[in-house]
Ligand binder design. Structure first.
Ligand SMILES: [Zn+2]
Length: 146
């Protein structure tokens, strides 16, 4: 019977072994997906319009073009939006809750790597097809055209 069998019998021994295994993994693999993106949309309601005043900041935090994010929001909510400087003007009422829900759907589909959960990604276009390329694990996943 090899020595390590005895060694893992005690719980402390097992935990030490686990630490050893986890400790030997490269840093970037353990860190994948740890980063979080904080977005705090600032919303104004003006008659029948919704204005997101810090819209370009949000797109920047997600590392995406404001046009791309705005297209997604319009498509998913069915409410047309217009970019105006740093703001996005949406025709119709959108609550903060609805916006946050749409933003998390956007992150899930167009920002977060489905393989490792990494958020450092970019969208590349190849032969008119779009891919989400992960800078953490290198995965390349097809994404739809908006
Ligand atoms: Zn990845």
């Amino acid at each position: 019977m090899p020595d390590w069998v005895e060694y893992v019998k005690s719980r402390k021994g097992y935990e030490e072994l686990l630490d050893k295994v986890l400790g030997s993994l490269p840093q970037d693999i353990r860190k994948a997906g740890d980063r979080t993106i904080v977005v705090n949309p600032v919303i104004l309601h003006e008659s029948r319009r919704t204005i997101i005043t810090n819209f370009t900041d949000i797109a920047e935090a997600l590392n995406r073009e404001p046009q791309h994010l705005s297209k997604f929001l319009s498509k998913e909510s069915g409410k047309p939006g217009t970019l105006e400087g740093e703001r996005l003007l949406i025709q119709g009422r959108m609550t903060n809750e609805e916006l946050r829900r749409l933003l998390s759907l956007y992150v899930k589909e167009f920002v977060k790597c489905p393989l490792c959960g990494g958020l450092d990604t970019k969208i590349v276009i190849e032969k008119r097809l779009r891919f989400l390329v992960c800078e953490v694990c290198g995965a390349k996943t097809p994404v739809r055209k908006l």
